[in-house]
Design a protein around this ligand. Structure first.
Ligand code: HEC
Ligand code: HEC
Ligand code: HEC
Ligand code: HEC
Length: 432
């Protein structure tokens, strides 16, 4: 069969047309939902710290983001009222004795409050490093870029503060221009790299979780320069994190009277959630629950009023669960069970501390056994605090939360018995 030139040209044209149609479709699919076909009004400078500027182009995201400054609702275990965790549960004063968290420890609230809240904390003093600003301000990405992370962390908090005026904002999560979700925190970039991962290859759905890991993670300040570091070299579950801290011999503070080198957990939402939780394994992202799509007339956009999803459960859970009342009912049950187990862990830790104080003060204590008790006390408290400092009262990963707490109870009771043994030589019951 002969193929004419004209039919070849025609086929060529059809192929080119089809290809361009496909690329237009792909392009449109990659466009942020709210802006399809809408030209940006102003050009945003790279890493622009001022969210109001971005807000000119994206009024829906900006107006919902601002709601995090005014929403002020409490849920049973969360919400945005910055109540004192110490007044709520005085056992925490004992568990954090000798460190700053026993002075002030408040419930978290919305992103727009981040800067004000870190500045008002009693725990901040003239020795506080600039590192403490790391997850609080939209000025950070441009400062990290300008100063380099090492100098940023070395600068004292009050001194660095002169260059920081914005709370968390668009620049912490988005690349200007493309509006892509990005990793902005150098510590996250480095921790991922350490595990052989490059976030630039992640899918969009993965980034809807990873972007929160810029801040909602466990971290520590390494060395004299207080370099912000995630303890992820061995992996991100609680066992691996404790093993990492034990290997490098890191401590946050020394517990008074028992002389235990202690660890303080930060807010490991990312680590707990991604540890084989039902939702994570089903492909659900942080943003699915905390930033559900919302409608404003014809526009459909992600609400930037990031808060407890229990305050807008219909939007947050209803997109996947037809029976929202059942889903939130389960949250209440899970949180109550975790709270009860957490109570048992706290009581066990306090019993261990009491026994260890007596042992440490006793003139003929077996020092080796007391040291073993210290290791158990240190690990037990971290297993407990990993869940206590995490902000969902176990909901993000109920089975892992209960596993960590039962580990805490077991280790704390072992610490108590070791302390008794260190004084009495034995913990077994004597026969009649
Ligand atoms: C399946 C839905 C869901 C997913 C996914 C999810 N969360 Fe949550 N989150 C919740 C619920 C429910 C609570 C409990 C809220 C409460 O007690 O009021 C919560 C609580 C929180 C809180 C405390 C809120 C408060 O009111 O104090 C933070 C912070 C948080 N989540 C961050 C994250 C991060 C970061 C991720 C991803 C690593 C994530 N969440 C993934 C549902 C979810
Ligand atoms: C740049 C750091 C940063 C990033 C990125 C970040 N957060 Fe936060 N988040 C914070 C800080 C700091 C607070 C506590 C603010 C306060 O209490 O003043 C907070 C508070 C919250 C709260 C509690 C709000 C309330 O009303 O109690 C939720 C929920 C939350 N974040 C979820 C998320 C989710 C989901 C993501 C990812 C989409 C995310 N955050 C990304 C730093 C961050
Ligand atoms: C804590 C992280 C975070 C901050 C801060 C943040 N965003 Fe977003 N933003 C997200 C996430 C997550 C999405 C969903 C992206 C996706 O689905 O790919 C999103 C989506 C968007 C989109 C795409 C359309 C949509 O609504 O889904 C726009 C536009 C946007 N954000 C604008 C802004 C502006 C403007 C600001 C500052 C006022 C801002 N964002 C602050 C996390 C953030
Ligand atoms: C993006 C979809 C999605 C969203 C949003 C979502 N879920 Fe789920 N949820 C799932 C999937 C998938 C499962 C796995 C079980 C299944 O296949 O039915 C699940 C399971 C559950 C379970 C049982 C799992 C367990 O560990 O016991 C509860 C409870 C639950 N969801 C509550 C909620 C609540 C509360 C919210 C809102 C804060 C929510 N979910 C938001 C998809 C979602």
């Amino acid at each position: 069969m002969k193929i004419s030139t004209s039919s070849l040209i025609l086929t060529g044209i059809i192929v080119i047309l089809a290809a361009s149609l496909i690329s237009v479709l792909i392009f449109m699919k990659n466009q942020p939902i709210a802006d399809r076909g809408i030209q940006p009004l102003v050009e945003i400078a790279p890493m622009e710290p001022n969210s109001e500027q971005w807000g000119i182009n994206f009024p829906n995201q900006w107006s919902t983001f601002q709601m995090t400054a005014t929403n002020n609702n409490r849920t049973v275990f969360g919400g945005s009222v910055p109540f004192s965790k110490l007044e709520d549960d005085p056992r925490l004063v004992v568990l954090f004795a000798g460190m700053a968290f026993s002075k002030e420890y408040n419930e978290d609230r919305g992103h727009m409050h981040s800067l004000q809240d870190v500045r008002e904390i009693d725990r901040v003093d003239e020795t506080t490093p600039g590192t403490c600003y790391s997850c609080k301000s939209a000025n950070n990405p441009s400062l990290w870029d300008k100063m380099g992370p090492t100098d940023f962390y070395k600068t004292k908090f009050y001194e660095l503060g002169e260059q920081i005026e914005q709370p968390i904002g668009c620049a912490n999560c988005h690349e200007a221009g493309t509006m892509k979700l990005i990793v902005t925190n150098p510590a996250l970039e480095e921790a991922l790299k350490e595990q052989g991962k490059d976030w630039r290859t992640f899918t969009r759905q993965e980034m809807r979780t990873v972007v929160c890991a810029n801040c909602h993670v466990e971290y520590y300040f390494a060395g004299e320069g207080k370099y912000l570091t995630f303890p992820w070299d061995k992996g991100t579950n609680i066992d691996q994190i404790i093993a990492y801290y034990n290997e490098i011999g890191f401590k946050d503070w020394t517990y008074p009277e028992t002389e235990t080198p202690m660890l303080k957990a930060q807010h490991p939402e990312y680590e707990l959630y991604t540890q084989n939780s039902t939702h994570y394994n089903a492909g659900v992202a942080c943003a699915d629950c905390h930033m559900p799509y919302t409608r404003d007339g014809a526009a459909k956009f992600s609400t930037h009023n990031v808060q407890s999803p229990l305050l807008n459960a219909q939007a947050a859970c209803g997109q996947c669960h037809t029976d929202v009342a059942f889903a939130t009912g389960r949250v209440a049950i899970i949180q109550q069970q975790v709270r009860e187990t957490m109570d048992a862990a706290q009581d066990a830790l306090i019993d261990a501390i009491d026994a260890m104080k007596i042992a440490a003060a006793s003139p003929n204590v077996n020092a080796e056994l007391l040291n073993e008790a210290r290791q158990l006390h240190r690990d037990a408290q971290m297993y407990w605090d990993f869940i206590a400092a995490e902000n969902s009262m176990g909901f993000h990963n109920p089975s892992e939360a209960l596993r960590a707490l039962s580990k805490a109870i077991d280790l704390a009771r072992q610490a108590q018995l070791k302390a008794i043994q260190a004084v009495n030589g034995s913990t077994t019951l004597q026969g009649q």
